[in-house]
Design a protein around this ligand. Structure first.
Ligand code: ADP
Length: 483
């Protein structure tokens, strides 16, 4: 019999996306179908979500959900079976899912996502019109409290999983909100929601979950150390028997150069020549000179985590070596300014577009020669996987999921024909310089470069393996719960 799964997430592609979490929440349900897992995803009713929901049915009502009137709507959108928490007081806002246009977090985020989680736990306990989840999977701090509400409520017997997509975002708030969360007094404490004297949403989820997953095997190891555990390493170590590292996959319906309608010309590993049309389109779009020099691309949040401060410092070096650079990103305002200044300094060699542009991100992967990802830490990373699939060779820091998915072009790997990219030490500007120089050198040998592109395009990072691992984990938890 199919497993009924409730997924709870604050983003889901293609309705609302700020990063990889949305891609995963949007792709995993489809990948699980083949494993007999039937997913419904609870998401906040942001304007963009409600707009796409079309004919939605009210399946649950709240007179006062943390003081707000709310309904849960059931809708099918783009093959996704959604439960939408329509609570205008919380979600009908201009701006992003977590903050305003200027990038300031909403002051009531604790309430907005406690509400989402509370509703997740209520659906787990009571079901919706005859549909009741056998298992609940919550993503990141915004949904993690679902596990806590379940544990301290009627749904405590239902297995629950919390996935960490990025430990840097923990949902930490003051102790004063505890009284408003609607949890019993026993939930306060080191084994509950209390976290260094305040309230920790992700922490509460991690202590309450029956299993914790994160998005790559290497990151699962890294977060056990004080350096990368961000205060939660002790807790995670204590629960290491419950911790699993499962790589994210690529949604191959969306990211497939042979069928991608967002690029200038479609191509496959056999006909890499087709990339040149995309390359030209990219040069035009970013005002880059037309020549054979390697085009490095960046598609990223422009933040410290992504190593973008070090990247800014490497631009003159990259140009000095003859390379070109096309950047699509947004984030830290100072970094945005530094990238724009570099584009001014190097007209025709560096092009920068500040903002978020999904179609353009496809063209960058299809037309760029190499994608630069100098992250200080990277739970999984998706852009290197898209790069592999598109023949845009990943040049990446050796951390987290980047280390798990890219094979460095050392001599042995090149000779064996298995190299797919270039790896360098994370957080080290000199290593980044060296990697850029190596890339330029390798690009000067078209046979070697194309061999890398082809090896990357052959690698299978579809959801096939990872969905099987999630399904096996769900079954294991259900067996344990039944025992
Ligand atoms: P993170 O979730 O930490 O931001 P990931 O690599 O896991 O990093 O996922 C980032 C996702 O967001 C990818 O799908 C990437 O293509 C996309 N992305 C990032 N920045 C932009 C941008 N400025 N425009 C379009 N897509 C972007």
């Amino acid at each position: 019999m199919a497993i009924k799964l409730l997924s709870v997430a604050s983003e889901i592609y293609p309705l609302i996306k700020t990063g990889g979490l949305a891609d995963v929440a949007g792709a995993l349900p489809g990948a699980l179908v083949g494993h007999d897992v039937e997913t419904r995803t609870l998401v906040p009713g942001y304007p963009s979500v409600l707009l796409r929901a079309g004919k939605a049915k009210v399946v649950r009502r709240y007179e006062a959900l943390f003081g707000a009137t709310a309904t849960v709507l059931a809708a099918h959108v783009d093959g996704l079976d959604l439960l939408i928490l329509d609570a205008p007081d919380f979600f009908a806002r201009e701006g992003g899912p977590y903050g305003d246009h200027a990038g300031n977090d909403w002051g009531d985020n604790w309430r907005r996502f406690a509400a989402l989680s509370r509703v997740g736990a209520d659906i787990a306990a009571e079901g919706i019109k005859g549909w009741r989840p056998a298992i609940v999977h919550a993503h990141d701090w915004q949904a993690a409290m679902t596990a806590a509400y379940m544990r301290f409520g009627p749904a405590h017997g239902i297995p629950k999983i919390v996935t960490i997509h990025n430990l840097a975002f923990q949902g930490r708030f003051g102790a004063d909100i505890f009284g408003q969360l609607g949890l019993p007094a026993e939930a306060w404490g080191v084994d509950g929601v209390e976290y260094y004297g305040g309230t920790g949403f992700l922490k509460a989820g991690l202590v309450s979950a029956d299993a914790i997953t994160t998005v790559s095997p290497t990151y699962a190891e890294e977060i056990r150390s004080p350096m990368n555990g961000m205060g939660l390493d002790g807790l995670i170590n204590g629960r290491s028997d419950r911790l699993h590292g499962i790589l994210n996959g690529v949604d191959t319906d969306i990211w497939n150069p042979a069928e991608d309608e967002l690029i200038a010309r479609r191509y496959s590993a056999r006909g890499l020549g087709g990339r040149s049309t995309n390359r030209k389109a990219l040069e035009k779009r970013f005002g880059l000179q037309r020549d054979d020099a390697p085009i490095f691309v960046i598609i990223s949040r422009l933040t410290w985590q992504k190593g973008m401060d070090q990247m800014v410092g490497a631009i003159d070096h990259l140009v000095g070596l003859g390379g070109k650079l096309a950047v699509l990103g947004s984030g830290d305002h100072a970094l945005e300014g530094s990238f724009l200044a570099a584009a001014d300094r190097h007209r025709g060699r560096v092009g920068v577009q500040i903002g978020y542009d999904e179609p353009l991100s496809h063209l960058l992967q299809a037309g760029g020669d190499a994608i630069l990802i100098p992250s200080r830490f990277e739970p999984c990373g998706l852009t290197q996987l898209y790069g592999l699939r598109y023949g845009c060779v990943p040049v990446v820091a050796r951390v987290g999921g980047l280390a798990d998915t890219v094979i460095d072009a050392n001599e042995a790997a090149v000779n064996a024909g298995v190299a797919t990219g270039i790896l360098f030490s994370a957080g080290d500007p000199l290593a980044l310089y060296g990697a850029i120089a190596r890339s330029v050198r390798l690009h000067g040998d078209p046979d070697a470069w194309q061999a890398m592109q082809r090896a990357g395009m052959r690698a299978d990072f579809s959801w096939t393996h990872s969905a099987a691992r999630y399904a096996a984990l769900y079954r294991d938890l259900l067996d344990r719960a039944a025992a």
